[in-house]
Ligand binder design. Structure first.
Ligand SMILES: [Zn+2]
Length: 132
């Protein structure tokens, strides 16, 4: 039993493939014939006659087992993407914190140089160095 979105071993289309075809085919190109569609009782995932059939809101029919394992796989993928996103957010936060710390460090150094009369940035300039 296969759960891949594209099926290559059968003459019929999965609902995903039918959707692709619908989007890419114009009315002048070839039409899907009767044999390209699954019988009504067929599971849209494994393409066999659905066992313990369940239906989604679009009216597609699946084996209960196929539907559940597909939902689980989707949930797993969503979880994985969430994790990747979370890591990226943490990395971005760390980078920003690093930049903030560096900016703070530079400001402190400039302030200390000013306090000790070593502010070279002020020499020969009008206005205040921190407003640049
Ligand atoms: Zn199935």
């Amino acid at each position: 039993m296969s759960h891949s979105k594209r099926n290559t071993s059968r003459a019929v289309f999965t609902s995903y493939e039918r959707e692709l075809a619908r989007k890419s085919w114009t009315s002048t190109s070839a039409r899907l014939n009767r044999e390209s569609f699954l019988p009504f009782s067929a599971c849209r995932l494994c393409l066999e006659t659905a066992i313990d059939p369940v239906s989604c809101t679009h009216g597609d029919i699946f084996c209960r087992e196929c539907a559940l394992s597909n939902i689980l796989a989707q949930k797993k993928e969503i979880k994985r993407l969430d994790k990747v996103k979370g890591q990226e957010d943490r990395d971005a936060q760390e980078r920003q914190a690093q930049l903030d710390a560096e900016a703070h460090e530079r400001a402190v150094q400039a302030f200390e140089m000013t306090q000790s009369g070593l502010d070279r940035t002020r020499v020969g300039r009008r206005g205040s160095w921190w407003k640049r």
